[in-house]
Design a protein around this ligand. Structure first.
Ligand code: 9YW
Length: 421
């Protein structure tokens, strides 16, 4: 397909998946509004419909909880094709039925992008209305996902990281006792090949964590102290650190200077804290189980987000480039979600190896900003080649470009339009 045809298909995916102001990731498999999907989708819409781009983010924030959290899924209408739906979560923290935890906070970064693309008065007004909501969301992360001021951000569920069955979670997940899980029927494996999805034991534990948090009424202090899973994630830490820098720039732009000292405080807390995630043997940032202090032992695609977070010390950048080059000698398409030389790597199983377009978008941005246009462009070219070969799939094999997971996928289409093309 030519570039123009791919552009047309990408736009059509976004408009077809549009439910009237919010966009589902793909029909069938994911029939609701997902948090970071929507924000990337907004970046895609911004290439041809600015109003629709803002609307996507505004609708996401309609679901913000009273405590500031912005949920990972908004269940605007019940849909039996997805499990677990609202009745399993049992939340009542916000105005729209939702899941009980969040997802990587990319909103500040993309709102800043939207203003770069269109700084009309109308756009500034919309950004001004979103600003305090994003600020409150970041404050929630700092309070309840870093309750001990370590400067690293934890996830209370693999789903909160957005990288569900990443090998980094395996050890902590094994420590989660399977209990309080009523008999259930998965729906994901009826939409896509089970070999590309998490295992049943993973799902049992995912639901056990949900049950444990539900027991404490999803109260954020209690969740932070009692959740059986509490793991610092380099992905969410780097994305939030980057988002805080963008929020600071937005504050400047929008005249919200009163918020700046607080945001600056978060930035320096995470800049210092990130060192805790540095695995000195591996020479990369990894996850750390905050209940046990144990670090994970593999390089993941999130390790490459350090420059995106503004961490560009030579001691970080040099080994990162070496990992980049080592991995590019092992697989044809970058960036696999997990190190292809690690024993847990599987090229087609979801977050244990496949390439995700929006992760490449973020990594490439960081490398370009750190003065490495070569590696940045390599990521863009690989992403484009994967889409040209496999279509707008959810994720791809880094070895064969095989399209995997759901098809007609919104964020893949959005990333094509915004960057990869
Ligand atoms: C789930 C929608 C979501 C993404 C996540 C991805 C997957 C499945 O799909 O989660 O059931 O929540 O891991 O990052 O937002 O595309």
């Amino acid at each position: 397909m030519s570039q123009i045809e791919l552009d047309q298909v990408a736009r059509k995916i976004l408009t077809d998946n549009d439910q009237g102001g919010y966009t589902v990731p793909t029909k069938g498999l994911y029939p609701y509004q997902w948090n970071w999907d929507s924000v990337f989708v907004a970046r895609g819409f911004a290439t041809f419909d600015t109003d629709r781009a803002w609307r996507e983010i505004e609708l996401l924030f309609e679901g913000q909880w009273r405590d500031g959290m912005v949920p990972h899924i908004l269940f605007r209408k019940d849909d039996p094709s997805y499990f677990p739906g609202p009745s399993v979560w049992g939340t009542d923290g916000g105005p729209i039925p939702s899941s009980g935890h969040s997802q990587p906070p990319v909103a500040a970064t993309i709102v800043r992008d939207l203003l770069e693309l269109d700084a009309s008065d109308a756009a500034l007004d919309r950004a001004k209305l979103l600003f305090p909501k994003i600020l409150q969301w970041h404050r929630w992360f700092m309070a309840y996902r870093d309750p001990d001021n370590l400067g690293v951000i934890a996830v209370i569920h693999p789903w909160e990281s957005g990288r569900d069955n990443l090998p980094d979670w395996d050890d902590a997940l094994r420590g989660v006792e399977i209990k309080d899980v009523a008999p259930y029927e998965r729906k994901d494996t009826s939409h896509v090949d089970p070999a590309m999805r998490p295992h049943k034991e993973d799902y049992d534990r995912y639901l056990s964590i949900v049950a444990a948090c539900r027991k404490v009424g999803w109260e954020p202090e209690k969740v932070a102290r009692t959740c059986p899973f509490f793991v610092a994630d380099p992905g969410i830490t780097f994305i939030l650190l980057r988002a805080c820098r963008d929020l600071l720039a937005l504050a400047d732009r929008l005249g919200e200077t009163a918020a700046q000292p607080e945001v600056e405080g978060w930035i320096s807390r995470m800049e210092t804290g990130a060192a805790r995630l540095w695995n000195s043997e591996l020479k990369a940032h990894v996850a750390m189980n905050l209940r046990t202090g144990k670090q994970s032992d593999g390089v993941s695609s999130a390790s490459f987000l350090a420059p995106y977070a503004g961490l560009t010390d030579p001691e970080v950048l040099k080994p990162l480039r070496e990992h980049f080059d080592r991995i590019s000698a092992k697989v044809r398409y970058l960036m696999p979600s997990y190190d292809p030389e690690h024993q847990a790597y599987e090229h087609l199983r979801y977050w244990r190896g496949p390439v995700w377009a929006m992760v490449n978008f973020m990594i490439a941005r960081g490398f370009a900003e750190a003065g490495d246009p070569g590696r940045s462009d390599r990521l863009r070219r690989d992403t484009a080649a994967l889409i040209q070969t496999g279509g707008f799939a959810e994720y791809f094999s880094p070895e064969t470009a095989e399209a995997a997971g759901g098809g007609s996928f919104s964020w893949t289409a959005a990333i094509w339009l915004a960057w990869a093309r």
